[in-house]
Design a protein around this ligand. Sequence first.
Ligand code: SF4
Ligand code: SF4
Length: 414
Amino acid sequence: MQTALADFIRDTPEGREAEEILRKCVHCGFCTATCPTYLLLGDENDGPRGRIYLVKQLLEGAPVSEKTQLHLDRCLTCRACETTCPSGVRYGRLADIGRKLTEERVARPLWQRAERRVLASVLSRRAMFAPLLALARFARPLLPKALSGSIPHAVPNAGAWPRARHARRMLVLTGCVQPALAPDTNAAAARVLDRLGVSLVEARGAGCCGALRFHLSYQKQGLADMRAIIDAWWPHVEAAGKDAAGGVEAIVMTASGCGAVVKEYGHLLRDDPRYAAKAAKISAMTRDLSEVLDAELERLPAATGKPVRVAYHPPCTLQHAQQLRGTVERILTRAGFELTAVPDSHLCCGSAGTYSILEPELSERLKANKLSALASGDPELAVTANIGCQIHLAGAGTLPVKHWIVALEERLLR
Ligand code: SF4
Ligand code: SF4
């Protein structure tokens, strides 16, 4: 695609990156066929090709309006379009750049600004989120449906975290909302890995990965979260380089949404002289939990008894952003689960970070479609790999939904 970027952006890092992305797009439109919002709304501007064109106009200096903001807001950043694109167009990065510029030029109504600010502040801060979640569970009947559907009726017991006794160690991201909503996920991962001779450890002071604020267009604050977590992890990473006790061989993500962003730290902080090298190292060491277990597959205890029928929902952040497909499926099959067929498994469930709260109508439609696809093979439960999808789908109450590591531990180790 021919572009002539405007003076204000042409010679900036974002301008150069956006131009490179835009030049790759040949406008073929293959991506529209797999875009969830295009499939629901049928509007070119609610598909990737239309959004790319809107961002191109913005970068070329055309006036930007609420219309561009609306179509970018409706995008889930699911990145299904990246998987489909034959030209390797990195739509997600272009959307980040376009959103930041739109945000600077189009003032949102006061209530929208307030809603986004509250979400960015509360969800990314564990100390604030946990007590508010407890309060919200009592106040559920008074809350709007988009919010109450995301509040679990009960929080599972985490169980004991094994003592760090092995020479092999990996760091695990604690995260922001996951410890309050599903504390059993990291604990189950720690117990399963402990059985395989790996101690999983959490770093003191490591909180939100930065994805939340970055994707709400508080990019500066999101980058600050990333630097803070790098600071918290760095002593563990450095110790590994020196072969000292306590050094870790990998950084494990149990939420694929966080993993997708941490794997991009190197790119997002590439122009920061203090953090570029550390960020690149952190990204290179980051593994989704499924990558770690897939490498140890033969050492998993063998399953006994009747197979359990399970429907697997691969989060977009795993299958499209991280391009990891088949790993969780392989592990579940080895662990004695029978995977049921799930039509359109490439499509987003509508969770997408804060999307379910900010775009409730589209999100609900996507959730209904996903739940019906998951249930179509008559499974006993559904599993997924990201806290957002898990809580979003479980909230409907039609099918038990767990993190796959929790289901695996229940089947193999209890
Ligand atoms: S993003 Fe890729 S698939 Fe979509 S129109 Fe451009 S080249 Fe075609
Ligand atoms: S990221 Fe998802 S919702 Fe956004 S344009 Fe691409 S396919 Fe459509």
